[in-house]
Design a protein around this ligand. Structure first.
Ligand SMILES: Cc1cc2nc3c(=O)[nH]c(=O)nc-3n(C[C@H](O)[C@H](O)[C@H](O)COP(=O)(O)O)c2cc1C
Length: 364
């Protein structure tokens, strides 16, 4: 089966033992100061033991003011390095690669968490009760966050990780700058496509310059609008992916919540997003996809469309040994809802169980 082929990631010398990655999954298990707890360690290392070729951490913030929620992992200070090092060692011992998903929440880093009014590409009000004000980032904020991304990547590298994934998806800071819906600036950081892309471009350019070419640099993208996160045109997204490849991205991680999705913009065409991205990107850039993947057949379909790597999210929560068990032809992974006991048996701590209750019909 193609699932178990080794994959060379981008232009690095890093090889994933198979095509299966653990998707970045927020789990609320980190300590208050962003250091990694034993529960977070256990949850991730358990998936490495189960044979996942790549373990991607949850979204982890690069600046203190970029924290989006309680229990979030941090990479904004050197105090995080020992925990990251221990995690990298625990994962490597099992033969998996480890990648940190680094991000800044931007407008989605609430004042009640950071103690500061959130900033973004532009000022706006987030509806709600009460509505929340977001201020426009100053040039200093932008230059500082660019440095913070570089420093975070260096810490992750120092801790022995194989790479980083820049979280350019799901409505966080990079997405807020890319989007015509949330970026109304008229300086060099907004307005034209080139200006909206500049933040992500500068960050990847610097990281590529500052760290060795063997260090994996991936980028997660939202290929089109979804829910309240608007302002991303599908073709502009393809352009972003191509430009990221020019800047040295090793992989592009398409996050459409449904790996085999057809783009809304070209719904009438019988062509998956994966195919559009495969055609747009040079062959050396790996494509990762996630969303609604459960069975080995689901994975094979994505690979046949042109994906190199497939990330399992909810399925990996309930099936820590998926890659080891999927070698059997008739493997049927366990589907939700899961009981609390079942989750605990799968190295999910009570805090993570609580978080998972937000997902409909997930916890029994
Ligand atoms: C509990 C949970 C936490 C998530 N946390 C993140 C995250 O930190 N970063 C991210 O990019 N996506 C996050 N996602 C999205 C997943 O990475 C994945 O793309 C999505 O769940 C679709 O894949 P699935 O159908 O296999 O679950 C999260 C999803 C879930 C269910």
């Amino acid at each position: 089966m193609k699932i178990f082929e080794k994959v060379n990631i981008g232009r690095t010398n890093k090889v994933s033992a198979n095509r299966i990655a653990l998707a970045p999954l927020t789990n609320s298990q980190s300590n208050e100061d962003g250091t990694i707890s034993d529960n977070e360690y256990n949850w991730l290392v358990r998936r490495a033991e189960g044979g996942y070729g790549i373990i991607i951490t949850c979204a982890t913030h690069v600046s203190e003011d970029g924290k989006g929620w309680e229990g979030e992992m941090g990479v904004w200070d050197d105090k995080h390095i020992p925990g990251l090092t221990r995690l990298a060692e625990g994962i490597h011992k099992n033969g998996s690669l480890v990648i940190a998903q680094i991000f800044h929440g931007g407008s989605r880093a609430p004042e009640k968490i950071t103690g500061k009014i959130p900033w973004s590409s532009s000022a706006y009000t987030i509806p709600g009760n009460p509505p929340k004000q977001v201020r426009e980032g100053t040039i200093e904020d932008i230059l500082q966050v660019i440095k913070d991304f570089s420093n975070a990547a260096k810490r992750v590298y120092k801790a022995g990780f194989d790479g980083i994934e820049l979280h350019g998806a799901h409505g966080y800071l990079f997405h807020q700058f890319l989007s015509t819906d949330t970026n109304h600036r008229n300086d060099e950081w907004g307005g034209t496509y080139e200006n909206r892309f500049r933040l992500l471009q500068t960050v990847i350019k610097n990281i590529r310059k500052e760290l060795p070419k063997e260090f994996i640099v991936g980028v997660r993208v939202s290929p089109e609008d979804r829910g309240v996160f608007k302002g991303i045109d599908f073709d502009e997204g393809l352009k972003t992916a191509k430009l990221l490849a020019d800047e040295g991205a090793d992989y592009i991680h398409i996050s459409a919540w449904e790996a085999m999705k057809r783009p809304e913009k070209y719904k009438e065409q019988d062509k998956t997003m994966i195919k559009y991205y495969r055609e747009a990107l040079p062959a050396h850039v790996s494509i990762m996809v996630a969303g609604e993947i459960w069975t080995p057949e689901d994975v094979e379909k994505c690979i046949n469309e042109g994906a190199d790597l497939v990330a399992l999210g909810r399925c990996a929560i309930g099936n820590p040994d998926w890659p080891k068990l999927a070698v059997k032809e008739d493997y049927a992974p366990k589907r939700p809802p899961y009981t609390v006991t079942e989750l605990e048996e799968r190295a999910i701590s009570p805090k993570f169980v609580e978080y998972l209750r937000r997902w409909e019909n997930f916890v029994k």
